[in-house]
Design a protein. Structure first.
Length: 317
């Protein structure tokens, strides 16, 4: 097991290196000069040109691209992501703050998705072709089909404007207090409804493949209770594909939900990345992109390890 983890950890390096290289190239071939955005509004003419040249040399953008690339890779190896061009602050502490905000939102949304999605999928599979099955799958399809930003504005209007039950936007630094948790409810529910619908439909299809297999018929022939059969023989054997979906879902949530974070004013890594793109803040874009890629890669590794926990027949040597 540990040897497998070590091998997979080594493979993370070229994946992140590819992301860094791609982002490094794309952001530099895109139109626009980040240095020009740093010029104060009152500076123009020759003074503006001179200041642009000075700042370009100061931040090293006048050097060959391959030298800038090598220097940045060396910074990443030392976990030094540089300084923001716009705020002149060290990036790593700010990135950790935004990652912490995204992590809190992702965990709440993920827990809601699992709590709603898996039981709905199980009930729908067990009651196949019944009214309950049709109703649950209709709701699940609606959750998948409705755009998240539309659902977000509906929830904001109903619970934030009309009922005044929950704050429509904001974040106070932690969801682990009663006042702080109120801020995460609406964005988490918005994310969870669509994700839960997808999990429910996937759980249903996965379980239907197992319900009519020989070992399930044998269990019924032995007189085992239906609930026991569903829990121990059907759901457990359906968990491998379900875990794959859950891992990808959590990886996406950890990577930041750009639309939802911007709608609800949630200062996660997605909002941090979008603001940096608009401001042409090269170092911040690169640092945020690495964190998003790392979230996906780490969750893929965790998902693979979870396979062995669910199915004892799977061994990693």
């Amino acid at each position: 097991m540990w040897a497998y983890i070590a091998r997979r950890s080594v493979l993370i390096v070229p994946t992140l290196l590819g992301v860094v290289t791609l982002v490094f190239v794309l952001i530099r071939v895109a139109p626009g000069n980040p240095i020009e955005l740093m010029i104060p509004p009152g500076v123009s003419g020759a003074a503006s040109v001179a200041l642009v040249k000075k700042l370009t040399a100061l931040y090293g953008f006048n050097r060959p691209l391959y030298i800038q690339y090598v220097d940045y890779i060396w910074q990443i190896v030392r976990l030094q992501f540089g300084t923001s061009l716009q705020t002149q602050t060290v990036i790593l502490p700010q990135l950790l703050i935004h990652l912490w905000a995204s992590l809190q939102l992702a965990l709440v949304a993920f827990i809601l998705s699992v709590v709603l999605g898996i039981p709905a999928g199980v009930v729908s599979a067990v009651r196949r072709d019944s009214i309950g099955d049709a109703g649950l799958m209709f709701v699940a399809l609606g959750g998948i089909s409705i755009p998240t930003f539309v659902l977000a504005y509906v929830l904001i209007f109903v619970f934030g404007v009309v009922v005044h039950a929950l704050p429509p936007s904001g974040y106070n630094g932690s969801i682990f207090t009663p006042s702080g948790f109120r801020f995460v409810v609406l964005p988490a529910v918005t994310l969870a409804l669509g994700t839960a619908g997808f999990i429910a439909r996937f759980t249903r299809s996965s379980m239907l493949e197992i319900l009519h297999t020989d070992h399930v018929r044998t269990a019924r022939a032995k007189g085992l209770a239906e609930g026991h059969i569903v829990r121990r023989h059907v759901l457990r054997n359906s968990l491998i594909p379900i875990l794959t979906v859950l891992g990808l879902t959590l990886g996406g949530l950890l990577g930041g939900q750009i639309v939802i974070e911007n709608v609800f004013g949630w200062p996660g890594v997605g909002q941090y990345l979008v603001n940096a793109i608009f401001e042409r803040d090269f170092p911040v874009v690169q640092a945020a992109s690495i964190s998003v890629a790392a979230a996906f890669v780490i969750m893929n590794l965790v998902t693979d390890l979870a396979y062995a926990w669910v199915d004892p027949r799977i061994r990693y040597d």
